[in-house]
Structures are given as C-alpha cells and as structure tokens.
Design a binder for this molecule. Structure first.
Ligand code: DX5
Ligand code: ZN
Length: 217
C-alpha cells in the first residue's frame, strides 16, 4: 500500500490569506493541498471559483487537488484546469456524462477523481474505476468543515480497496471529512492512502507536529 498522504484542506485555512495557508503546507514538505469548490446548489454552502485558484497558483507550486461540489461539474472543468488545477474530482451524484467528463479532465492535462457522498453506494462508481486516478469517499455530508467522521463509511472503503486489489488497479483511495489521527488510522486499516484534513490540520496547535504524527500512521 502507498504511504499515507496528508492533504490539508484550505477550507479550514485563512480565507483572507489563502496564499499563507498554502505556504504553510509547502513549508512542512507536504506535496498537496485540497481546494473545495461549492456552488450553493449541490451543497448548501459557497466557497470560491477559478479566479481564486488562479491567484493562488501564482504563489504556489503545490499539487492542487480541486474537489468540485457542483450540480454541473462538466461545465467547469476547463476553467479550473486553466486556473492551475493538478487534479479535478467530480461527484457521481448529479446527472451528466461522468465518463466523458473524466476523459476531458485527462485531456486537459490533469489527473481525475470520482467522489461519492455518504449515501451513495460503492457500486455507483464501480464501472468507472479503471479510468480514474483517485476515488474520494466522503466521510461526512459535504458542505462544511468540522463535522464528525462517519464510521459507517469504512465498509465502503474496504469494498473499493478490494476491487482495486483484485483488478490490479492503482488509483488513490481518499477520504474527506472528520479526519484526525484516530479516524485516519481506521481508514488506513480499511485500505485508504490519501487523507484530506481541514480542521484537524489548520486548527492544530502545532501543524508540523500533526503532520509528523500523521506520517507514522
Ligand atoms: C467538506 C469538504 C472538506 C472539508 C473537510 O465538504 O469537502 O474538504 O474541508 O473538513 P474537515 O477536515 O474539517 O472535516
Ligand atoms: Zn473536500
């Protein structure tokens, strides 16, 4: 299994100084940052758009993982790729051409990812597993940081990890929502390699110590 990768979510960073929040991540030697894009429809909250991602790209060379929580993600992959996204992940729940959108993301030079809400079964993404770089299992209902981890998502992680193993696939398996050292350890045991952490990272008294502890998972 891949070593555990901690991906801080800038949702819990300083939104007046996003560049400083990204710089902290880079200073700790972490390669990736997670950027949550919300449209007020697919989720009941709003964040920021491609203009902000492009501005952040001016001062950061981190791998930008862009998590689109949008009703019509297929309409926005081009602007986020142009803004400097390294990976674009799209939800399975809205209806649009998922396979085509995943292909378009790759043609734009980005990695792609498919995301499942807590209420969505693993089977919903099964036919797409051979065409993705990342599968993101939401471990909270998306929309807000600081929610409690959904332990009932562990069997879903185990199922997807099992498909990955038996089919010889090598996508990353990521969790997002309520992740701290304890919940990450449970997800790790279920086959997860990639861990989004907002509140537990940016809210830690010592983010460097948190990242060091994380690396030992
Ligand atoms: C929630 C977002 C998450 C959020 C996680 O809708 O997708 O990325 O930042 O926040 P925490 O880690 O605080 O649960
Ligand atoms: Zn997210």
């Amino acid at each position: 299994m891949l070593p555990p990768l901690l991906v801080p979510s800038i949702l819990a960073g300083d939104h007046a100084r996003l560049a400083d929040s990204a710089a902290l991540v880079a200073r700790l030697g972490l390669p990736r940052i997670h950027l949550d894009i919300m449209d007020g429809h697919f989720v009941p909250n709003l964040t920021f758009g491609p203009g902000t991602v492009a501005a952040l790209r001016q001062s950061s060379r981190l791998f930008f993982e862009v998590h689109l929580m949008l009703d019509e993600p297929d309409r926005y992959v081009e602007p986020f790729a142009a803004a400097g996204a390294s990976l674009i992940s799209i939800h399975i729940e809205p209806s649009y051409d998922h396979a085509d959108t995943l292909t378009r993301i790759k043609k734009l030079g980005c990695q792609n990812g498919i995301v499942l809400n807590p209420g969505t079964p693993a089977a919903a993404v099964e036919p797409l597993l051979n065409r993705v770089d990342l599968v993101l299992v939401m471990t909270v209902q998306p929309g807000f940081g600081g929610q409690s981890f959904r332990r009932d998502m562990l069997p879903k992680l185990e199922q997807i990890a099992e498909w990955r193993r038996t089919r010889g696939l090598n996508f990353r398996l990521e969790v997002d929502g309520g992740i701290d050292l304890a919940t990450a350890a449970e997800c790790r045991a279920a086959g997860t390699d990639t861990f989004v952490a907002g509140t537990s990272f940016f809210g830690a008294p010592d983010p460097a110590a948190f990242a060091a502890a994380f690396a030992k998972l």
